[in-house]
Design a protein around this ligand. Structure first.
Ligand SMILES: *[C@@H]1O[C@H](CO)[C@@H](O)[C@H](O)[C@H]1NC(C)=O
Ligand SMILES: *[C@@H]1O[C@H](CO)[C@@H](O)[C@H](O)[C@H]1NC(C)=O
Ligand SMILES: *[C@@H]1O[C@H](CO)[C@@H](O)[C@H](O)[C@H]1NC(C)=O
Ligand SMILES: *[C@@H]1O[C@H](CO)[C@@H](O)[C@H](O)[C@H]1NC(C)=O
Ligand SMILES: *[C@@H]1O[C@H](CO)[C@@H](O)[C@H](O)[C@H]1NC(C)=O
Ligand SMILES: *[C@@H]1O[C@H](CO)[C@@H](O)[C@H](O)[C@H]1NC(C)=O
Ligand SMILES: *[C@@H]1O[C@H](CO)[C@@H](O)[C@H](O)[C@H]1NC(C)=O
Length: 450
């Protein structure tokens, strides 16, 4: 290849880049409805097995409801907790796949991993986290079917998404997670020196944050009044004119991208709380530094921290909101240890299609994903009512940022605990893709142009 053909190759690449950025231009707040279901459908090995499972009631279709979501590359992973009944939930962790043009849930990593009563399998999964730097999925398993039938201890399971295999399992001792009162709800990862060191998990029924130290493979818990019910009627959530009572404690949890602060909130609460990771990383540090940073516009289930903002569901408003923390840090000329949540903005609201914003996820293209599910109606009914109107939706909303975990392996090396700031890279990613695609077609018909 002659040198001047390489130069013209890059000229074409720049032209393609221009085209790509023009066609994929998104505005902050643009929302796309990715999936919606009246009832979830699973990828059964055969129709006969599905029918047999319906016959013996290991599958009762209206009982399956989504809770957790995480994105990895182009894959969407979801959780389906064994929430309210002792049977009828065949699958607890799944990947969304396309079968004959429909989005169905394929059990992840296998059907065997979903087997109720087998303590090597998953029993009750509300949430998981995926580390984009290592392709590992961290799954929390409450172990109690329908919050009544304790068949297995609570545990953490780690899957390698590259091989779809389990690489680690840890069962919590009863002193840390009591089998008679456990509800492991949500999880964030804490990076130190380039690797994930701690998992922080909210335990709603025990009103604690559970810490699992991956290095020593040991765990402990932190309890504080801010992890309980707020009182003053915060357990009553009014959605489209109807009031529902949810006396549920600590639920959503989020990690700052510098791995210095964890944020959390109770479902029965308006307050958003902050705890320094220096407190959580030490078994003996008690609950030092816990503080209220402000009051949200409504009660919240899931929370998520991108590399700039904190997002939360405003359940009573059928909306997703965010705290513009960067703006408040600048306006208040103060550190994150003292900043107050002043600037809260609506990201997206819809009274019909965004009831009960539940869990969030980020992809690597600048979108935040959220499940909206009408959980309040599922909770007071005998499963998902069949009304013809979809009850479960998966949205993605353009926010031009990525997860707190983005490049955490690079940012936290050499004891540099996230102090290195993130450089803009979303547009850079497009550059690289386009140049590679032009280079890869050098040898074909395009070589005449490139
Ligand atoms: C119910 O039927 C399914 C599908 O044939 C089978 O795999 C499962 O073992 C059965 N469970 C019980 C409890 O009978
Ligand atoms: C499934 O199909 C939809 C619509 O045809 C498409 O946008 C999406 O990328 C597909 N997802 C997967 C995982 O193949
Ligand atoms: C677990 O909870 C039960 C019921 O509240 C209690 O009797 C038991 O002592 C607890 N176990 C531990 C190890 O704390
Ligand atoms: C919350 O709801 C409960 C049950 O409906 C009710 O008894 C209570 O008075 C409500 N609390 C407030 C402060 O509105
Ligand atoms: C959504 O519901 C609220 C009351 O819950 C109402 O004030 C608002 O006007 C509604 N928005 C639309 C677009 O209907
Ligand atoms: C992280 O690395 C720094 C510098 O290399 C070292 O001083 C520190 O002890 C390490 N921290 C942990 C928790 O391993
Ligand atoms: C996304 O963020 C980058 C860096 O913060 C900024 O330069 C760019 O204009 C933003 N793009 C959009 C579409 O908002």
């Amino acid at each position: 290849m002659k040198p001047n053909s390489i130069q013209s190759g890059f000229a074409v690449a720049s032209l393609l880049l221009f085209v790509v950025s023009q066609t994929s231009a998104q505005k902050f707040g643009d929302a796309v409805l990715v999936h919606e279901w009246n009832q979830l459908e699973f990828a059964w090995p055969s129709n006969a097995e599905k029918e047999a499972a319906i016959q013996n009631q290991t599958y009762v279709p209206e009982r399956s409801m989504l809770a957790g979501i995480k994105i990895h590359k182009d894959n969407v992973y979801v959780t389906i907790p064994r929430w309210r009944w002792l049977n009828g939930h065949p699958v607890v962790l799944a990947k969304v796949v396309n079968t004959t043009g429909k989005a169905v849930l394929e059990p992840y990593p296998s059907w065997a991993a979903q087997k109720q009563g087998d303590c090597n399998a998953l029993q009750y999964v509300q949430s998981m986290e995926i580390d984009p730097n290592t392709d590992l999925m961290y799954v929390i398993d409450t172990g109690v079917i329908g919050h009544q039938l304790s068949l297995c201890p609570a545990k953490v399971v780690i899957y390698d998404l590259k091989t779809n295999s389990q690489i680690h399992k840890y069962e919590f001792p009863q002193e840390v997670v009591n089998r008679s009162s456990v509800f492991l709800n949500d999880i964030v990862l804490d990076y130190i020196n380039g690797t994930v060191r701690y998992l922080y998990i909210t335990n709603t029924f025990e009103q604690t944050i559970v810490v699992y130290d991956l290095q020593t493979q040991s765990s402990y818990k932190k309890a504080h009044p801010t992890m309980g019910l707020e009182g003053n009627g915060a357990e009553n959530i009014t959605i489209n004119g109807v009031t529902y009572t949810f006396p549920m404690a600590i639920n959503g949890i989020a990690m700052s991208p510098d791995f210095k602060y964890v944020y959390y909130s109770s479902l029965a609460g308006y307050n958003l709380h902050q705890v320094p990771t220096s407190t959580l990383r030490s078994k003996t540090a008690g609950t030092a530094g816990i503080r209220v940073v402000g009051r949200k516009t409504s009660q919240t289930d899931g929370l998520a921290h991108g590399n700039k903002r904190i997002y939360y569901g405003a359940i009573g408003l059928n909306a997703v909101y965010f705290w513009d923390k960067e703006k408040d840090l600048v306006d208040q000329k103060i550190g994150e240890d003292r900043v107050m949540m002043t600037t809260q903005k609506e990201l997206k609201r819809d009274n019909r299609t965004m009831e009960w914003p539940d869990t969030f996820a980020f992809d690597e293209q600048g979108w935040i994903w959220v499940i909206t599910s009408r959980l309040q109606i599922y909770w007071v009914s005998s499963g998902l009512p069949v009304t013809g109107d979809p009850f479960i939706r998966v949205w993605k909303i353009y926010v031009n940022e990525t997860s707190y975990l983005n490049r955490a392996n690079e940012r936290t090396v050499d004891g540099n605990n996230g102090a290195k700031t993130l450089s803009p890279h979303l547009v850079g990613g497009v550059h690289i893709i386009v140049i590679i695609s032009c280079l890869s077609i050098f040898s074909t018909a395009w070589s005449r142009i490139c």
